[in-house]
Each structure stands twice: as C-alpha cells, then as structure tokens.
Write a protein that binds this ligand. Structure first.
Ligand SMILES: Nc1ncnc2c1ncn2[C@@H]1O[C@H](COP(=O)(O)OP(=O)(O)OP(=O)(O)O)[C@@H](O)[C@H]1O
Length: 231
C-alpha cells in the first residue's frame, strides 16, 4: 500500500501541496480528481521523487520513499506515466519500451508479451519513431514503458488528456485488467469525472493543494465533484 502522510510541497515561496494525506491500496484503483492547477501533478512528482517534499512522508509497502532518488523508487516498484507522455520522439517504439529496463536486473530485461496483448498497436509499430505515433498511441506507449519496469504501483497523470474516446476506452480496459490480473495498486489523477467514476474503487478530490473529499467511488456525489472540477 502507498501511504502519503501530511505532505507539503513548495515551488520557491508558493505552496502547491498542503498537508495531503492519502492511501492507494494494492489491487485497487485510486483516483484523485481536481481541476487544472490544484496540485495533482505536484502530488505525483512528490510520490515519484521528481520534486522534494517540504514536510510529511511517503511510504510504499513499509519502505520509506521520501528522500529516495526517482531511480530507486522505480526499483521499489513505482511505475510512472507522466503528464504529456514524455516519450522519446526520435527513438523507436521498441527503444522507448527498452528505456524502462534501467531499474531491472539483467535477467528481467525483456518486454513482457502482456504489454502487446494490452496494446497490440505497439507490436505493429515497434520500428516506428515515437514522435510519429498519434497522441493516443503515445499514451499507450508511455503506459507500456512503465509496465516494462514491472511496477507494483502504477501512477498515471491524466491518461485521458487529449485522447480520442475509443483509445480512452482501451486505456480504461487495460487499467482494469492490470488491477484484476496483477493485484498492483493503481493511482491516477484526472479531471475527467466519468472516466474516474467508471474505473475507480476509491476517489479523492483535491482543491487548492488540499484533499477536500475522500470516499468509495460508488458513493461519490457527482454534483459536489462537478463543483470542484469547474472553475
Ligand atoms: N515548476 C513549477 N514552478 C512553480 N510553480 C509551479 C511549478 N509547477 C507547478 N506549479 C504551480 O503549482 C500549482 C499546482 O500545479 P500542478 O501542476 O501540480 O497542478 P495540476 O492539478 O496537476 O494541474 P494541471 O492539470 O494543469 O497539470 C499551480 O499553481 C502551478 O502553477
């Protein structure tokens, strides 16, 4: 289980996270909803080690993550799909997937077939440059690359952003499959309420750097959620 406790995060004098606490359980999909600029990406940067905390702590399966380099967090099983995908545009699909080998032992350095079962288009396009893929295909590639690292928790930053509905469905199916077949924890941040409601087991809502609601997905008050999502 991921355990985020009373986390603060600053950019200079500006505070982006204020005492954020949440958990993401194994075998469950946890979704953090919030509109632009409320601190969702900052939360994921704190978890993956892209930005230091100014207070609080983060643990995963009883290992303290805060203070650990991003590379070592990946070794602990934290897989990250960043906002905007951040794939390497001049590398091929295969090379992009292989960039996930870094935290793995030599014997584990292969691309699991499961990734191609989830996203067959990646197999078809193995030799194509990442930059030539559509936005949706790049998102599938970014998820595939994170899966190459054999994560125990998959952390996704707005996986539906700028993606066509048919691929959003494929991504939703893949996330559900990963939860059910591997028992990994999945933490995603989103602005897209319906995607979150359909997929999540547990939902948090963030506003201005704070968690303002927490509950089971089926008890989510959509009116209240929409209020937090509209500017
Ligand atoms: N590198 C940075 N330097 C200074 N301020 C930043 C930086 N990154 C984010 N911020 C600020 O921190 C706050 C939270 O931003 P964050 O990106 O975490 O929000 P978000 O909810 O993920 O929004 P978005 O959906 O737009 O990514 C915002 O006010 C943003 O302007």
């Amino acid at each position: 289980m991921l355990n985020v406790e009373k986390v603060n995060l600053h950019y200079g004098a500006a505070q982006a996270l204020r005492g954020v606490s949440l958990t993401a359980e194994m075998g469950r999909i946890t979704c953090v909803l919030g509109r632009n600029g409320v601190g969702k990406s900052s939360l994921l940067r704190a978890i993956t080690g892209q930005h230091p905390l100014s207070g609080g702590s983060i643990g995963f399966n009883d290992v303290k993550l805060d203070g650990m380099a991003p590379y070592n967090r990946a070794k602990q099983g934290v897989g990250y799909v960043p906002q905007g995908r951040e794939i390497f545009p001049l590398l091929t699909v295969k090379e992009n997937l292989e960039s996930g080998y870094a935290p793995l032992k030599r014997s584990e350095r292969f691309i699991p077939n499961e990734i191609f079962s989830l996203f067959p288009v990646l197999h078809t396009m193995l030799g194509r440059r990442g930059g030539d893929l559509s936005g949706g295909q790049q998102q599938q590639l970014a998820i595939g690359r994170a899966l190459v690292t054999r994560p125990k928790i998959l952390v996704l930053d707005e996986p539906t952003e700028g993606i066509q509905p048919s691929i959003i469905k494929d991504i939703g199916r893949a996330i559900r499959y990963l939860r059910d077949s591997t028992g990994m924890a999945i933490l995603l941040v989103e602005q897209y309420l319906d995607f979150c409601r359909e997929l999540a087991d547990h939902v948090y809502i963030m506003d201005r750097g704070e968690i303002v609601h927490e509950g089971a997905a089926e008890t989510l008050d959509t009116q209240e959620a929409r209020q937090h999502l509209t500017v």
